[in-house]
Design a protein around this ligand. Structure first.
Ligand SMILES: [Zn+2]
Length: 368
């Protein structure tokens, strides 16, 4: 039976939001033989690494260095659940590789569902300055752990499509190690892994796999890990049609995580097939969540415009799942963009306390 047909959610974590305390409880109750503490966050939360396997290819992976990107943590938890029910799959993989998985590198941001940590530092831009308390814990592991590969696991906003029509549900990147985006031997190793994973995922979610922009970021994690000779693979979980809680993304992220590790086990530092990486389409930033087309305002001159709305994700005090707040992000001519939801408003009227929609504010109008 193929891994993708065995997929199930980890029942302890049915939601997109993961409270750091519930993750810690799960790790202590279920993975006590595998975990070790690597340090604490600014607000004193524990950060754990789990070690699996005995193989001779060593992989370092981490999730939620951006707190509001839980999909990779969930993918790892789902994979653990699937392995629990199908031990031969786990045994086969972990005979070939060793995996060090850092769960939720940014627990303070994860608790508040923010990208940044408690001091508002973006950990993925902290390689040189090391301002945060948390990022140096990962950097230390990467520099001293003798790893063959690294998996930098993230999520992207709903803005991206693969082809102007389909959402980029999964995007991958072999980060550049210099401004010239030179294709080095280190990059070829990560490209070869991505090519293998993408080949599997294209069959499962055709046209929903893309390549992330490879512009060089001199302070970011993947670029610098690659520069120090550690092939690093960026995963970006993205939009799945009509699924803002990203359950479809979560399922495919889990499958892609498994096949990424399988590819690493099979390739064992070989660069075979790396050129196929460039067959993947590049992410296109061409979508908003909702576009209201041709809205006629109640102004004293004829004014017809488009209104683009993006959902802002928040965790409300006392809630155990995130909420979505619609925010006006563009008004005027949105002709070059598409909405995952398109609403044609010709012949309808704009109802609001104001005469016009306010940019960067909650979409508090009605169109009836
Ligand atoms: Zn991220």
């Amino acid at each position: 039976m193929e891994f993708e047909n065995l997929y199930k959610k980890n029942p302890v974590f049915p939601q997109r939001y993961i409270a750091p305390a519930s993750l810690e409880k799960f790790l202590q109750e279920n993975l006590s033989d595998y975990i070790s503490l690597i340090g604490t966050s600014y607000l004193g939360k524990n950060i754990y690494k789990a070690h699996f396997g005995t193989g001779n290819v060593k992989v370092l992976a981490w999730s939620q260095m951006h707190g509001n990107e839980s999909n990779a943590t969930l993918a790892m938890l789902d994979m653990i659940e699937i392995f629990k029910e199908h031990p031969p799959l786990q045994d086969e993989l972990f005979a070939q590789i060793q995996l060090d998985f850092v769960f939720m590198l940014n627990p303070d941001g994860s608790e508040r569902w923010t990208r940044r940590n408690a001091l508002d530092i973006d950990m993925n831009r902290d390689y040189i300055k090391e301002s945060s308390k948390e990022f140096p814990l990962l950097k230390h592991l990467a520099m001293h752990g003798n790893y063959d590969y690294a998996l930098n696991l993230h999520e992207q906003r709903t803005l991206f499509s693969t082809d102007g029509i389909h959402p980029a549900t999964l995007s991958f990147l072999s980060p550049s190690e210099n401004v010239d985006r030179e294709v080095t031997e280190t990059r070829k190793k990560s490209m070869a892994v991505i090519a293998k994973v993408a080949a599997v995922m294209q069959k499962l979610i055709p046209n929903q796999i893309a390549r992330y922009n490879d512009e060089f970021y001199p302070t970011s994690t993947g670029d610098n890990f690659t520069r120090m000779g550690l092939p690093t693979i960026l995963y970006e979980g993205g939009h799945f049609p009509d699924d803002y809680l990203r359950n479809g993304t979560r399922k495919n992220y889990t499958i892609a995580l498994y096949y990424g590790l399988k590819a690493i086990a099979e390739l064992k530092n070989s660069v075979e097939g790396w050129t196929e990486y460039f067959d993947l389409p590049e992410n296109k930033e061409d979508h908003y969540d909702i576009i209201y087309r041709n809205v006629k305002l109640n102004t004293d001159f004829p004014c017809v415009l488009d209104i683009a709305v993006q959902y802002r994700e928040i965790i409300r005090e006392g809630d155990d799942e995130i909420s979505f707040v619609p925010i006006v992000v563009e008004v005027g001519d949105c002709g070059r963009k598409k909405g995952w939801k398109e609403i044609e408003c010709t012949g309808k009227s704009f109802k609001c306390d104001r005469k016009f929609p306010k940019l960067d504010a909650e979409a508090d109008f009605e169109i009836v």
